[in-house]
Design a binder for this molecule. Structure first.
Ligand SMILES: Nc1nc(=O)c2c([nH]1)NC[C@@H]1CN(c3ccc(C(=O)N[C@@H](CCC(=O)O)C(=O)O)cc3)CN21
Ligand SMILES: CC(C)C(=O)C(=O)O
Ligand SMILES: [Mg+2]
Length: 256
């Protein structure tokens, strides 16, 4: 049975932790869904598997292409798609057009937008009114890398208060869930206690209502990974070994 945004909100009330990971194609999505991942994010972090340094170059067409492939692999998980840099900040019309395309063309159930400043909260409120489920994202917002860098956010009293206020504004705007990225654990706990919607942490400590990581980091496919990621298996080593073994056998005429 497919998971709904309402169900995730119920799970928070029940204290059931939400398991989220990113996916960028059919094969990975199908594996994650079968393994029981609750929420699959087609993150703009797939920039890393496409060979980009930052998430900024990813286009809406690329997100839609990958989201369609992910969607074909998923039966149970909720599928959420990142709106990429400058496909929603320009105007409400632009955000509505981009989010509408994602839902219409990919079959995903929701979109995610970065930021909690007033103009974004206003845009999100209008998307939600139009029937588009939206996930929020505050703390470290990688689309602002050239302003923020990749450092932990919310370290000063002032910054932590601002992030808390953004989280509250996004809940009021109607997000069904909120990503908290690379902020102190005590701030994430405070936000999680304050909100009725589930928080999904990435580098935000243990007190969130769920956790998300980038799948290429978890699988050890990425060349480098953030300090808060945990590498559960090293597929770079596994793949390199398999390919080298194959090459040796072909050159020695042992295979086939
Ligand atoms: N593979 C991958 N995993 C991610 O989690 C991820 C991406 N890519 N791309 C988009 C953003 C970028 N992320 C990152 C990447 C690096 C750091 C990191 O190394 N932070 C250091 C400081 C680095 C610096 O100041 O330049 C830290 O100690 O916080 C943090 C978040 C998280 N997101
Ligand atoms: C890490 C998550 C939250 C994300 O936005 C992404 O993968 O793009
Ligand atoms: Mg993202």
């Amino acid at each position: 049975m497919a998971i709904t945004t309402q169900q995730l909100i119920q799970w928070k009330q029940q204290g059931r932790s939400i398991v989220a990971l990113t996916a960028w194609d059919y094969a990975i999505a199908q594996l994650l869904d079968t393994a029981g991942v609750d929420l699959i994010l087609v993150g703009d972090s797939m920039a890393v598997v496409l060979g980009y340094e930052t998430t900024l170059p990813i286009t809406l067409d690329e997100m839609i292409y990958h989201a369609k492939s992910v969607r074909r692999g998923v039966k149970r998980a909720l599928v959420v798609v990142d709106l990429p840099f400058l496909t929603y900040q320009e105007s409400l019309q632009q955000a509505m057009h981009s989010a509408g395309r994602v839902l219409k063309e990919t079959g995903a159930q929701a979109v995610k937008l970065e930021g909690g400043y007033p103009a974004i909260a206003e845009t999100i409120a209008r998307l939600v009114e139009a029937g588009i489920p939206v996930m929020g994202h505050v703390g470290l917002t990688p689309q602002s890398v050239h302003q923020l860098g990749l450092r932990q956010q919310g370290k000063t009293q002032e910054a932590s208060e601002r992030i808390l206020l953004e989280a509250i504004a996004l809940e009021q705007a109607g997000v069904f869930s909120l990503v908290l990225e690379h902020i102190p654990a005590d701030l994430a706990m405070q936000i999680t206690q304050k909100l009725s919607i589930p928080t999904i942490g990435i580098g935000a400590g243990t007190h969130c209502d769920g956790q998300v990581l980038v799948t290429s980091d978890v699988l050890g496919l990425a060349e480098k990974h953030p300090p808060f990621a945990k590498v559960y298996t090293n597929l770079r080593e596994t793949i390199t070994k398999a390919v080298q073994d194959y090459a040796v056998e072909v050159r020695d005429r042992k295979f086939p």
